[in-house]
Design a binder for this molecule. Structure first.
Ligand code: SF4
Length: 159
């Protein structure tokens, strides 16, 4: 039986508001969660990052470059469960709105894509890797997140 749920939290192209919601949740749950969660990778809490052998990887944001796709694949290979968190990760929008631009507008942003090595189209997380669960909302729905993490505590034998 695990002592703690090993989690990582990773933000890709987005406004990181679901990260802020998670931080707000810590105001209420940190004293409980510090005994239940091993925060292996979470830049808002700590610089050290050890994203291997994760029970759950939470992914926020849409995927906008080949290097992000590669990183996401590495995370997938190191996590038993992968959760897309928030609308940008789950359906791509609103981060993927440039996918809907007409030809002339696409031409106008092309230099930006080249400069920052962005892909022509923005992808949702499920376009790249298998997603086990999702948390909807923009930013994420707190109640759904709490329901999910409590399910994982049970599923991984933490409590
Ligand atoms: S889902 Fe909404 S809140 Fe979350 S990163 Fe995207 S735009 Fe921001």
């Amino acid at each position: 039986m695990n002592n703690k749920l090993k989690i990582g939290w990773f933000s890709f192209s987005c406004s990181e508001d679901s990260t802020i919601i998670f931080t707000e949740l810590l105001n209420d749950y940190y004293l409980e969660w510090r005994n239940l969660i091993d925060f292996r990778s979470m830049l808002i809490l700590q610089k050290k990052s050890n994203p291997v052998d994760l029970d759950v990887a939470f992914i926020e944001g849409a995927i906008t470059s080949k290097s992000q796709e590669k990183k996401l694949l590495t995370i997938r290979n190191n996590a038993k469960k992968l959760v897309a968190v928030g609308s940008c990760a789950v359906i791509g929008m609103p981060s993927s709105q440039r996918n809907t631009f007409q030809k002339d507008l696409k031409g106008e942003i092309n230099n930006v894509l080249i400069t920052f090595d962005y892909t022509q189209n923005v992808k949702k997380v499920a376009d790249i890797v298998r997603v086990d669960d999702t948390v909807a909302g923009c930013p994420m729905n707190e109640a759904q997140f709490l329901e999910l993490i409590n399910r994982y505590f049970k599923e991984f034998g933490i409590k």
